[in-house]
Design a binder for this molecule. Structure first.
Ligand code: ASP
Length: 435
């Protein structure tokens, strides 16, 4: 049996957590391939190594480089406290030189995982594999899954054990490229696929996925089993346990992901599978919500008769490189819901101007501070009354629903509410479906 394990930043944070990780790995000899994140926060208010690396990149031409000094201190103390025989100062020096000469912040950011993997390979006495050698992006910076899979398979075929740094790979010219933040989860999936693992264990600092955000609902019911599709919906909408893209490498190879807690290894966590079987009959699997959306509402009389109206609006977004989340429509109205992060600088103004110019509407209105909540459950497609329950619950708690959208898979209902109603809505929905 082959298990691929990925350990997150809190599991790598200090001597104590690293020792705990080693215990987890050594307790099961099937745990043969390990992917590590960069050391995360040791306590609230502490720095994450990755954040410090991005800052070091910005400080690279300054006389003083306080962020890199902090990085050095962290790694040196880890090596000292664990009494490891590794010349960490040499590797830190190389990283510092590399950051000064590199043109992108990706190289800088990747050093957190790179150094951590070197240290871990040393602790375990296992082979270190530089992710740059096996994880490949094309010249546009897009992940090249098939080349990567061939390289990973070839490299792991005869390896008994290995430690690999998460989060990064390389482009055809050798330049380092990272995934988006939290991307070590994706590396773990890629390695699990390439190793033809029986299971991908993703070790973090919580007991898997919960039916709602524990910062809002005290001790929410845990989710034992989740389908890939449900996971995608929940993590996209803010359940931040696993990177939303981590399922792609695994989907067609049918490898389950088991999300576990390094600090409570006896807890079985959440298992994510392609087909949840009988569990799929649950009405609602989980609820997740996210603030920070913007809606652009467009009204034009006789819109429904105008051929190509939606195309014109969507072209404006496309030409401005803005991706959209939802498009609720009425007879003479249409809204586009956009993640607020897409509208930096004067983008919002530009979009409105261009939509006006290309569609000649009666009215365009921008509303900010919108939150979206997804009520997710594979079983909902076959049951009557889920939407009614959602509306009842929100009505009872006097929440004004500003948008409604049911995914075409009928696996989710998405509602838009004012950001100030986000918590209240999640409480109302949790009470309705889980209490
Ligand atoms: N260290 C990276 C980050 O903080 C990647 C990861 O931890 O998954 O985003």
């Amino acid at each position: 049996m082959i298990k691929v394990c990925k350990f997150g930043g809190t599991s790598m944070a200090d001597k104590k957590s690293i020792e705990q990780v080693v215990k987890v790995i050594r307790s099961d000899e099937d745990r043969r391939f390990v992917v590590v994140s960069a050391p995360g926060k040791r306590f609230s208010g502490d720095d994450k190594i990755t954040d410090l690396l991005y800052q070091s990149f910005n400080e690279r031409f300054d006389d003083r480089q306080p962020s890199f000094d902090k990085i050095k201190e962290r790694y040196i103390s880890i090596v000292k406290e664990l009494a490891l025989d590794i010349d960490i100062e040499k590797y830190l020096y190389e990283a510092e030189q590399g950051i000064e000469s590199s043109r992108t912040s990706d190289y800088a950011a990747s050093r957190g995982e790179y150094l951590c993997a070197l240290i871990f390979a040393n602790i375990l006495g296992w082979q270190f594999i530089d992710a740059a050698d096996i994880i490949k992006f094309n010249s546009k910076g897009q992940f090249d899954s098939e080349t990567t899979n061939d390289l990973v398979s070839a490299r792991l075929k005869d390896a008994n054990n290995a430690v690999i740094g998460g989060f990064y790979g390389s482009m055809p010219d050798g330049a380092i490229k990272t995934f988006s933040r939290g991307g070590s989860d994706i590396t773990g999936s890629i390695i699990a696929r390439g190793a033809k693992a029986d299971i991908y264990e993703n070790w973090t600092d919580v007991n898997g996925f919960m039916t709602a955000d524990p910062r809002i609902i005290k001790n929410p019911i845990p989710i034992d089993v989740l389908s890939y599709d449900e996971l995608r919906e929940l993590s996209y909408m803010g359940a931040s346990v696993l990177h939303p893209d981590s399922i792609f490498p695994l989907r067609y190879s049918n490898i389950p992901i088991n999300v576990r807690n390094t600090f409570e290894p006896e807890n079985k966590g959440t298992t994510i599978v392609n087909d949840v079987g009988a569990m799929g009959a649950r009405l609602v699997t989980g609820i997740a919500g996210k603030a920070g959306y913007v809606s652009i509402f467009i009204k034009k009389s006789m819109m429904n008769n105008e051929l190509g109206f939606a195309r014109k609006v969507l072209s404006v977004l496309e030409n401005n490189g803005v991706s959209l989340e939802h498009v609720p429509t009425g007879i003479d109205t249409m809204s586009v819901i956009i993640d607020g992060n897409e509208l930096k600088g004067d983008k919002e103004h530009k979009l409105v101007e261009e939509i006006m110019a290309s569609t000649g509407p009666d009215r365009v209105e921008v509303s900010k501070n919108l939150a979206l909540i997804a009520i997710v459950g594979q079983g909902m497609a076959e049951k009557i009354g889920t939407a009614a329950k959602v509306f009842n619950a929100l009505c009872k708690h006097e929440v004004n629903i500003r948008m409604i959208d049911q995914g075409s898979s009928e696996m989710n209902i998405i509602i838009g509410v004012a950001e100030s109603d986000l918590k209240k809505s999640i409480v109302a929905l949790y009470e309705e479906f889980f209490n």
